[in-house]
Design a protein around this ligand. Structure first.
Ligand code: ADP
Length: 485
């Protein structure tokens, strides 16, 4: 079974969110755990081009998607176990900022061409552009690759692989004005409700959701939620219609990168039996953020993109209640300027009780996971969420809202669940300051009971969070779609 993943992000080369982490971990797990021969096709950003070796050109184009000369390379990428196909198109991908924008909040004006070209490359490979490796399944990820299933379905020529479209986050439809249709080589007839049209725009994600043979998303609960509004992001009707072709497969975490027993980014390592290293990390976290030493309550950590979806305005309002209970707050994140400003201001109001770092910092994310007692993820919606799974692994109890993958991974600590040995964190329901504050209060109460706290920590730390299970579930799906492969 050969599977080609099409993606715009790959950790550590290009990352804005969980998508990059998934693509770094799933393909190698598929090879090892599920006997799937996986490869990846992705844009030739500078970070990618710098890491290539053994490159071989398999296609060329003098002016690809208005971006000038381009070549599709088959190559090895440093640190990546599977072989990659890279679209070397300097006019499209060699830019100063991030994968999608200039780094100052402005998206590149030609993103439709940049990711249309990615989908073109994926579709060409699907049709056998590499004579030595033709996929049985083309697996497209998020809107950036969404045109690939459409290209394959609309071009009726000959046999093609099965197509899978995965939704990592439905909030990003990848919408562009209808006028760009022709520049993407799409026929006018597909600009239709039964096609790529989405509220008057051309949506790359709609293309994937409409044309792919199967749709997956990254948790079973999110798969249920997105078949109706408001969680469906406008696609609820289409997904309800296609519910028999929609599967939720929970992400794993990359335990090569996220494991407190071997994490070289930490000042000390630890495991479920001996947590003394975690105390060292906690101390260092406190020092780094200049938190007061005497606070008796839990340190609550947040590592997040600062966007409304993450519910962090609720936490901003609930934070003073946490401080009254002797707790402290540490936040690492960047994004929405208003949310950033809100947290900066909190530091001024509660010096010594709050630490805030605005920015993106992998190293610090690890220290925060290890040094915190609680990791808060109060999201309004959350497809899967990785941070709460890292928290479980690092013995920091996740405190989450019951939505999407958060609901699938965190079991609220009640008398009954603690008795049964299932409790691994704290869950609240209503998206309100009250409900969040109440969960914080429960965390602060349990924190005082060291023996019980420790048992809940150990349940999370000892659970299996790797990619093996997901790799198997994807393989089962591929085999249903292509039983002969
Ligand atoms: P999303 O994909 O919506 O951003 P996830 O929880 O699925 O949410 O994945 C977030 C990933 O990004 C995690 O790996 C998390 O550690 C990382 N991350 C988010 N913000 C930051 C930051 N400011 N610095 C470092 N890592 C971050």
């Amino acid at each position: 079974m050969r599977v080609l993943h099409a993606t715009s992000e790959l950790y550590p080369f290009a990352k804005t969110g969980g998508l990059a982490d998934v693509l770094a971990a799933l393909p190698p797990a598929q090879v090892v755990d599920a006997r799937v021969d996986a490869r990846i096709v992705l844009p030739g950003y500078r970070t990618i081009m710098d890491g290539l070796s053994d490159a071989r050109a398999i296609l060329g184009d003098p002016d690809l998607y208005q971006g000038g000369p381009a070549r599709l390379l088959s190559a090895k990428l440093v640190g990546v176990a599977v072989r990659v196909y890279v679209l070397d198109a300097p006019g499209l991908y060699l830019r100063g900022g991030g994968p999608y924008g200039d780094g100052h909040g402005r998206d590149y004006a030609d993103n439709h061409l940049r990711f249309g070209a990615l989908a073109w490359a994926a579709a060409r490979l699907a049709r056998g552009a590499d004579p030595v490796w033709q996929p049985d399944v083309l697996h497209a990820h998020d809107w950036q690759s969404g045109l690939a299933p459409a290209y394959l379905a609309l071009d009726g020529a000959g046999p093609r692989p099965a197509t899978v479209q995965t939704i990592h986050n439905i909030q990003y439809p990848g919408s562009f004005p209808p006028e760009v249709l022709a520049s993407l080589g799409l026929p006018a007839s597909c600009f239709h409700m039964h096609g790529v049209e989405f509220y008057g725009a051309l949506s790359f994600l709609k293309a994937g959701l409409y044309y792919a043979d199967h749709i997956t998303t990254v948790s079973p609960q999110y798969a249920r939620e997105i078949t109706s509004e408001p969680h469906g992001g406008g696609f609820g009707g289409l997904l309800a219609d296609r519910a028999d072709r929609l599967t939720g497969i929970l992400n794993g975490i990359d335990t090569r990168i996220w494991d407190p027993r071997s994490d070289q980014r930490l000042p000390a390592r630890y495991d479920a039996r001996d947590l003394s290293g975690k105390a060292v990390c906690r101390q260092q976290l406190r020092a780094r953020f200049q938190l007061a030493k005497m606070a008796p309550g839990p340190i609550v950590g947040v590592i997040s993109r600062l966007i409304p979806q993450k519910g962090l305005d609720l936490l901003l309002e609930a934070a003073p209640r946490l401080f009254e209970l002797g707790g402290q707050l540490v936040l690492l994140g960047s994004g929405d300027p208003a949310i950033e400003a809100g947290y900066r201001e909190l530091v001024h109001r509660y010096p010594g009780q709050v630490g805030v770092e605005i920015g993106y910092d992998e190293e610090l994310a690890h220290l925060l996971q290890a040094g915190a007692d609680v990791i808060a993820v109060p999201s309004l919606t959350e497809p899967c969420g990785l941070t709460q799974m890292y928290a479980l692994r690092y013995g920091s109890l996740p405190l989450v809202r019951r939505t999407g993958g958060l609901a699938d991974t965190v079991v609220d600590a009640t008398e009954a669940t603690m008795e049964a040995g299932h409790a691994n964190g704290f869950v609240f329901d209503a998206p309100t300051v009250e409900a969040l504050a109440e969960a914080l209060a429960r965390a602060a109460t349990l924190f005082k009971d060291r023996a019980r706290w420790r048992r809940v920590q150990q349940i999370g730390m000892q659970a299996e969070h790797g990619w093996g299970k997901a790799a198997q579930q994807y393989a089962d799906l591929y085999r249903r779609l292509r039983p002969e492969a």
